[in-house]
Design a binder for this molecule. Structure first.
Ligand SMILES: Cc1cc2nc3c(=O)[nH]c(=O)nc-3n(C[C@H](O)[C@H](O)[C@H](O)COP(=O)(O)OP(=O)(O)OC[C@H]3O[C@@H](n4cnc5c(N)ncnc54)[C@H](O)[C@@H]3O)c2cc1C
Length: 465
């Protein structure tokens, strides 16, 4: 495959395709609001949207340091799916029934995003084709079967298990021996969703300020260089960038994920590959990949490149190392060897937020009015919507405009966890973990052993899995 002329960075292919949005005005001095949302990604925008839809008289202000969709929400793999980081831990802490309720809420969230985007006329190239995850080695197949059984036990009776032939009937992935498919997933164009959401929020009366970095959040205050917003509720929705806020350096670790997209692929390729259902596609490697067939018939594929930068630094425009682009290209050709000569058109990266225990959370501290949601690890496209509706319910309840709801009773609400270790332990731990995962993947591919490599079990313990 030809690596020349790859567009590198530029935020993401999704934004390059759409064209960067016209900037909104920054905050123009001190102001007051009923709710101040910090961060204009899916979490912040869905939260503002649902609050305003529920309580139209609320004055809701969103402060975004760059432009809405600058972060992971404008860069991700476009897997809208029902996975949530931390479910197993929530089952251990709160009992299986509570975790089953959380899983059910996630299944419903996929349907809710489909419903809300349709109802609001947001075109995000969304196709509800479900999620297909494949195994290409005996060890992967073992993990796949265990995962499939676990999902059934969490109530997913509509999930299907396929052998090699059933897998090929959906997508012909080289060497795939098994797969598991869930209908609770959809493919979408991430930047189109976040752009549509920002426009809709503004249309219904949310104040959205861009180029407005919040330097400090304290009770009832969001401080920016352009003025301070005073509000009874200040909600932090900054995910992978959270470490940049005063006092939050070790709260969530910014983890990188990188992606490539091919040129549009010819009809002949699609005839061979199938993929007519537009399922999102993943695998069971430890350093797993995620892929989608885009609306313009390309393959967008992602995985972890350089997972973490020393001192919790985040990138800016998504530039991606040549070695990462080459690794992702290798993965693509392994899945579809007939693409050995196809061209990679664009490569980019983004950051996601990882809490110390790898559990997503949504919280509202009643004594201060400070709230936050995130730590979704790699599955925030749907989870951010569930978080937003939960923040809405928590604010309503706290302000006496509503009571407890099914969402406020879910086990991830108000979950607290300790901070990450100081450097260099953070860097060493994360790099050691991913080196172990990569080595385990190589061993499993080389030996065709049936069991998961020991190194990966060690890394699972570091990752809190
Ligand atoms: C490459 C990649 C691929 C991914 N693929 C998938 C996928 O396929 N499926 C899936 O479920 N999840 C995926 N994820 C994760 C998912 O994209 C995120 O979990 C989700 O977008 C998080 O949304 P968010 O609004 O919480 O955070 P973000 O989208 O990161 O938004 C945070 C916003 O806050 C702003 N901000 C930060 N600091 C400040 C500040 N101090 N003041 C003001 N504003 C600030 C940022 O500019 C940003 O716009 C992926 C992530 C990446 C990076």
């Amino acid at each position: 495959m030809d690596g020349r002329d790859v567009v590198n960075g530029g935020i993401s292919y999704w934004w390059a395709r759409e064209g960067l949005p016209a900037p909104r005005e920054p905050l123009a001095g001190d102001t007051r609001a009923d709710v101040c949302v910090v961060g204009g990604g899916y979490t912040g925008l869905w939260t503002a949207y649902y609050l305003k839809r529920a309580l139209p008289y609320l004055d809701v202000a969103v402060l975004e340091r760059s432009f809405c969709g600058y972060g992971a929400s404008g860069r991700n793999g476009g897997w809208l799916y029902n996975g949530i980081a931390g479910r197993e831990r929530y089952a251990r802490l709160h009992g299986k029934d509570a975790a089953v309720r959380l899983q059910r809420a996630m299944n419903e969230t996929v349907a809710e995003v489909v419903r809300a985007t349709e109802a609001e006329g947001i075109d995000a190239d969304l196709v509800r084709g479900g999620v297909l995850e494949v195994a290409t080695t005996p060890a992967q197949a073992g993990r796949l079967r265990a995962f499939h059984a676990a999902e059934l036990a969490y109530g997913e009776s509509d999930r299907e298990l396929y052998g090699a032939r059933g897998t090929a009937a959906r997508i012909r992935v080289a060497g795939a021996v098994a797969s598991t498919w869930t209908p609770h997933g959809a493919r979408l164009q991430p930047a189109k969703l976040v752009r549509g959401l920002a426009a809709k929020a503004e249309e219904i009366g949310v104040r959205v300020y861009e180029s407005t970095p919040v330097t400090e959040i304290r009770p009832q205050h969001a401080v920016t260089p352009y003025g301070t917003v005073r509000a009874p509720y200040v909600l932090r929705c900054t995910e992978g960038f959270t470490a940049g806020l005063k006092g939050q350096r070790r709260t969530w670790l910014p983890m990188n994920s990188s992606m490539i997209v091919t040129e549009p692929l010819p009809a002949g390729f699609w005839e061979q590959a199938g993929w007519e259902g537009r399922e999102t596609l993943g695998d069971f490697a430890h350093a797993y990949l995620y892929a989608q067939r885009t609306a313009d018939d390309r393959i967008a594929l992602g995985g972890r490149g350089v997972p973490y930068r020393f001192g919790s630094r985040t990138d800016n425009d998504g530039r991606t190392r040549a070695s990462t682009v080459a690794e992702l290209r290798e993965l693509l050709v392994k899945l579809f060897p007939q693409l050995a000569g196809a061209r990679v058109a664009h490569a980019w990266s983004g950051v996601l937020g990882v809490p110390r225990d790898w559990c997503a959370t949504v919280c509202l501290d009643r004594s201060t009015g400070l709230g936050w949601a995130g730590g979704y690890v790699g599955s925030g496209v749907a989870t951010s919507n569930l978080a937003a509706r939960t923040l809405r319910d928590l604010v309503r309840q706290d302000s006496g405009q509503g009571g407890p709801t099914e969402l406020t009773a879910l086990p991830w609400v108000d979950h607290r966890v300790r901070k990450w270790e100081p450097e260099p332990l953070r860097w060493l731990g994360v790099h050691g973990m991913y080196a172990a995962y990569r080595a385990a993947d190589r061993t499993e591919s080389r030996t065709y052993a049936a069991g998961t490599a020991r190194l990966a079990r060690w890394a699972d313990r570091v990752a809190g899995r």
